[in-house]
Write a protein that binds this ligand. Structure first.
Ligand code: ATP
Length: 234
């Protein structure tokens, strides 16, 4: 579904991503793990069209999206939940969700999707008239995920959904990610929480200073000595 080939990304003279290649197949959860500064966010933002790669190719459903604008990429079925959520704080929960569907003109199916989002995140329905700024961190993460789902993505890109959350919320967020997969959305997950990210992943990649150094199924990576030592304190 998503193919990245030899992708490099620079910030001025700094090379943040070095000839990275990986795939996401339809129906999978793929986790990309790595320490601070490994280049995870840069990779997601490049796929979303927010940063241009200096070289390499990105294709989505056999369409070259390397040079496509961010809005067209969303329209093609790829939606990102950014790091730190970035909900619109002065807007209500409902307005935030409506913003997620701004490219969708079919009112009936938007209504249907809103109902699905409320089913998945009942707390958002309870808080729908409340300003997003008044939500807890975990609730804001749910709102950001709900907003991304409103665009009915085929592939959901999640940037560190567990960041800053209490363990109970982390478990809930990861359970929801699995639920989203079950209902037919493919997921690319970027995480520092290697244990959780790999335990729900079909496949994973380990990124170190801009390079992929290991890949395998989630279970293989969890069991590997390198991952145990570097990321799981084992
Ligand atoms: P974290 O988990 O801390 O968010 P990350 O793996 O997502 O890290 P990136 O944010 O992609 O890493 O950063 C990769 C590298 O690129 C880092 O060395 C970072 O300092 C650098 N970098 C990121 N954004 C910029 C920028 N706008 N200008 C210059 N350098 C940047």
């Amino acid at each position: 579904m998503l193919k990245i080939r030899d992708m490099s990304v620079h910030y001025g003279m700094i090379q943040a991503v070095k000839q990275v290649s990986f795939d996401v197949q339809e129906g999978e959860i793929v986790s990309l793990i790595g320490a601070n500064g490994a280049g995870k966010t840069t990779i997601l933002r490049t796929i979303s069209g927010l940063i241009r790669p200096t070289s390499g190719e990105i294709s989505f459903e056999n369409q070259d999206i390397t040079k496509m604008g961010a809005q067209k990429i969303v329209a093609a079925g790829l939606s990102q939940v950014p790091e730190g959520r970035h909900v619109f704080p002065g807007m209500t929960v409902l307005e935030n969700l409506e913003m997620g569907a701004y490219l969708q003109t079919d009112k009936a199916s938007n209504k249907q999707m809103m109902a699905t989002v409320f089913e998945r995140f009942p707390i958002l329905e309870e808080r729908k008239h409340q300003d997003a700024a008044t939500l807890s961190g975990g609730e804001q993460q749910m709102l950001a995920m709900g907003r991304a789902l409103m665009s009915r993505p085929k592939l959901l890109l999640l940037d560190e959904p567990s960041m800053g959350l209490a363990p109970i919320f982390i478990r809930e967020i990861f359970a929801i990610v699995q639920e989203i997969q079950k209902q037919g959305t493919t997921v690319l997950l970027i995480e520092q929480n290697a244990k959780m990210a790999l335990s729900i992943a079909d496949r994973g990649y380990v990124l170190e200073t801009g390079k992929i150094v290991l890949s395998g199924t989630g279970q293989e990576l969890l069991a590997s000595d390198e991952v145990q030592k570097a990321y799981l304190g084992g």
